[in-house]
Design a protein around this ligand. Structure first.
Ligand code: COA
Length: 181
C-alpha cells in the first residue's frame, strides 16, 4: 500500500486570487502530492469556463518560485460530489482556506457533511494569511468590471484576463490575457 499523502484543494477559482495561491502553496507543503480541483460549480454562474479557470490556476502554479513544491501540484477539472472524487483518487485530506469568521459556518457544514459521507477523508483548514482575509473572487471580479485596481488581490495575469473579459483596462493587458490563457 502506498504511504503517499494526497491532498485535494477544491474550489471554483473564478478567478484564482492571491488567497487561493497562498493556500495552494502552503497546502502542497503539507502533503506529498496536492491536487487542485477546479469545480464546474455552474450554480455559481462563473465568469470563466472550467477550462479557462484550470488554465489560470496552472499558469499561477507555473509561476511559483519554489519549483520543487510546484512539481508536486496538479490541477484537475472536477464535477460531481467532492468525496466521491476523493475516495476514487485515494485522497487523504481535503484542504480548505479559512478567512474571517464569516467562512466558519459554511466551511464547518461542508466539512462535517463530507466527513459523514466519507469518514476516512479529513478536512484540514489553513488560516488565510492576514493580508488575504478580505479577498474574494466575487470582489476581484467586481473591481475589475468597474475598471478598478485589484493588483493587491490577484496576479497581473488574472487581472489581464478579467479586463479582457469585461473590456476594461488598457489594450496591452487585453492582448496579454488572450496569450496567457
Ligand atoms: N483567501 C481569500 N479568499 C478565499 C480564500 C482564501 N484563502 N479561500 C476562499 N476564498 C474565497 C474565494 O475567492 C471565493 O469567493 P466568492 O464566493 O466571492 O467567489 C470563496 O472564498 C469561496 O470559494 P472557493 O474556495 O473557490 O470555494 P467554493 O465555495 O466556490 O467551492 C466547493 C466549494 C467546490 C468545495 C464545493 O462547492 C464542493 O465541494 N462542490 C462539490 C459538490 C459537493 O461535493 N457538494 C457537497 C458539499 S457538502
Amino acid at each position: 500500500m502506498s504511504s503517499e499523502k494526497i491532498g485535494l484543494y477544491p474550489g471554483t477559482f473564478d478567478p484564482i486570487t492571491n488567497g487561493h495561491i497562498d493556500i495552494i502553496y502552503r497546502g502542497a507543503r503539507l502533503v506529498d502530492r496536492l491536487i487542485v480541483g477546479v469545480f464546474n460549480n455552474a450554480g455559481k454562474g462563473p465568469l470563466f469556463t472550467p477550462v479557462e479557470r484550470q488554465a489560470m490556476v496552472e499558469a499561477e502554479i507555473t509561476a511559483l518560485p519554489d519549483r520543487k513544491t510546484a512539481a508536486r501540484i496538479e490541477v484537475r477539472l472536477m464535477d460531481g460530489l467532492l468525496v466521491a472524487y476523493a475516495r476514487t483518487h485515494k485522497v487523504n485530506v481535503i484542504v480548505r482556506g479559512l478567512r474571517a469568521v464569516s467562512d466558519f459556518e459554511y466551511e464547518m457544514q461542508m466539512a462535517s457533511l463530507n466527513r459523514s459521507m466519507e469518514p476516512d477523508v479529513e478536512t484540514v483548514f489553513l488560516a488565510a494569511s492576514e493580508n488575504h482575509q478580505f479577498i474574494s473572487s466575487r470582489f476581484v471580479k467586481e473591481i475589475a468590471a468597474l475598471g478598478g485596481d485589484s493588483s493587491a488581490f490577484t496576479t497581473s495575469r488574472v487581472i489581464a484576463a478579467l479586463h479582457a473579459r469585461f473590456g476594461t483596462g488598457d489594450k496591452v493587458e487585453s492582448g496579454a490575457a488572450s496569450k496567457a490563457y
